[in-house]
Design a protein around this ligand. Structure first.
Ligand code: F0G
Length: 460
């Protein structure tokens, strides 16, 4: 199973090409849709040649105690399920993956669901889930001999790309929407040495400008339209299944922006199922911010219908969760398929719901960036709707570290984040909920008595 057997299959017209035949923008030459990596050998292998699930599970676990560089990566220790490189010597790794799965006791109690967990992808080397996809796609760029790699980004992709490019000795180009990315992320792209261009347009337009650039110059595109990104990003599904001893959770809840991550996790669980490593797939739900909710709108419009979602109306995106400030998501077809095939849901949540959920995840001692908190906000809605039962197991995918966007957190605790319109005014139930969560820093005299008084006055 170690051989590079992969081919690319168009998700629109079904055309199959080799990796080397892909266009620079990773769109199908015939129908313009995206490709997905496929391993035809897996279907053909039958009988004794079929991978032995027990042996693979044992091997992957053994690698966790190995001192080999690739074994220490939470992506490449599963390399039998992503044979995309001719030579593993081209893999570029920063020891990504192997992220913690935390139980959320307070959230479990509050929602009356015992088994709520957070898979914290913010605990990756550059602080977001993007590292798992960057190690795979950037390794392909290196193998194909590119000198330059590039992405359009709301911040995390650029941070990850810049770091992995620096490790590989490649140059990197970043296009970001000016004024709409969190400082922590911008600082990372600079720190790792990317050429960073701030464009006076939104993310969607940055991506279309970059698409034109890569058609003209030999630059390797590393947005999630690149199907090799999704191969690395599917591996947290393997880690989750492994953590539950290969019994998958009932629900997986993922934030939705450009919709690559939900597509990748769905692909990961689908492949585990097809290869006989797990007995079923979890229900996978995608949550968007209300101000950047094109897929949630499509699902709401097609309520009850079982036919695939046929089209997506782009929106003018606006949310403080800048990571998912995306109005025209590239991978919506892949994500819609995952939601529909697993029986999941697609919802949106308000700015106030995101802010409260983020503070609650902080109060669990974990923290996350605003885009990640949509998962908990969505879970609360699904619980109210009766979609998730008290005896079910839920995993929230926390996509980014809390330090990525410290400004947001400080504004929340200072009480300057949300407008009256968003909270319903100072006496509204939302404002009361927020007041109970706020932990603003207070100025006190430099005396023990004053500090002790401040402790006494603080809410529990
Ligand atoms: N959460 C975080 C923290 C993100 O950075 C992103 C996407 C998402 C969720 C959504 O994932 O796009 O695969 O649906 N960030 C991209 C970027 C767009 O440029 O960093 P998605």
């Amino acid at each position: 199973m170690n051989d590079n057997l992969h081919q690319l299959r168009c998700i629109g017209c079904g055309a199959r090409i080799t990796g080397a035949q892909a266009q620079a923008d990773f769109r199908c030459a015939d129908c313009g849709e995206l490709f997905e990596v496929e391993y035809p050998g897996w279907k053909e292998r039958r009988g004794p040649d079929r991978p032995n699930p027990g042996a693979l599970k044992w091997l992957w676990r053994e690698r966790r105690s190995s001192s080999e560089l690739l074994d220490q990566s939470g992506v490449w220790r599963f390399r039998e399920l992503l044979p995309i490189l001719d030579s593993m010597g081209n893999a570029v790794t920063l020891r990504e993956g192997n992220t913690p799965l935390y139980h959320l006791p307070r959230t479990s109690k509050a929602l009356g669901v015992d088994q709520i967990f957070a898979k914290h992808q913010g605990m990756n080397p550059t602080g977001s889930f993007k590292d798992t996809g960057m190690t795979s796609a950037l390794s392909v760029a290196r193998e194909r001999g590119f000198e330059w790699v590039a992405c359009a980004s709301t911040g995390n992709t650029s941070a990850a790309m810049a770091a992995y490019a620096a490790r590989a000795g490649l140059r990197s180009l970043v296009l970001i929407p000016e004024g709409k990315i969190a400082w922590g992320k911008l600082s990372q792209a600079m720190d790792y040495g990317a050429v960073t261009c701030q464009l006076p347009v939104d993310f969607d337009r940055c991506l279309s400008v970059l698409t034109e650039i890569v058609r003209q110059a030999p630059i390797y595109l590393l947005n999630s339209v690149n199907p090799y990104r999704l191969e690395g990003q599917k591996t947290p599904a393997f880690e989750i299944a492994e953590a539950f001893d290969w019994n998958v959770p009932d629900h997986l809840i993922v934030p939705g922006g450009n919709l690559g991550n939900s597509s990748a996790l769905g692909k990961g669980f689908r492949e585990l199922h097809e290869l006989g490593l797990v007995a079923r797939m979890p229900r996978i739900s995608v949550i968007q911010a209300q101000g950047a909710n094109p897929l949630a709108r499509s699902f709401a419009a097609s309520k009850g219908a079982s036919a695939p979602i046929a089209s997506l109306e782009p929106v003018e995106a606006n949310t403080r969760a800048t990571a998912i400030r995306i109005g025209n998501p590239a991978s919506w077809r892949k994500a819609a398929r995952v939601i529909q095939e697993t029986g999941g849901w697609c919802l949106d949540v308000t700015e106030a719901e995101i802010a409260i959920a983020k503070a609650e995840i902080g109060a669990e001692g974990l923290g996350c960036e605003p885009a990640s908190a949509v998962t908990l906000a969505g879970l609360k809605k699904l619980r109210v709707q009766g979609a998730i039962g008290s005896g079910e197991t839920v995993v929230l995918v926390l996509t980014g570290h809390t330090l990525k966007d410290a400004d947001y957190t400080i504004d929340f605790h200072r009480g300057t984040l949300l407008s009256n319109e968003e909270t319903g005014g100072p006496d509204s139930p939302i404002s009361k909920e927020i007041a109970a969560l706020r932990r603003n820093a207070v100025a006190v005299d430099a005396t023990p008595a004053a500090v002790l008084a401040a402790m006494k006055g603080s809410a529990k």
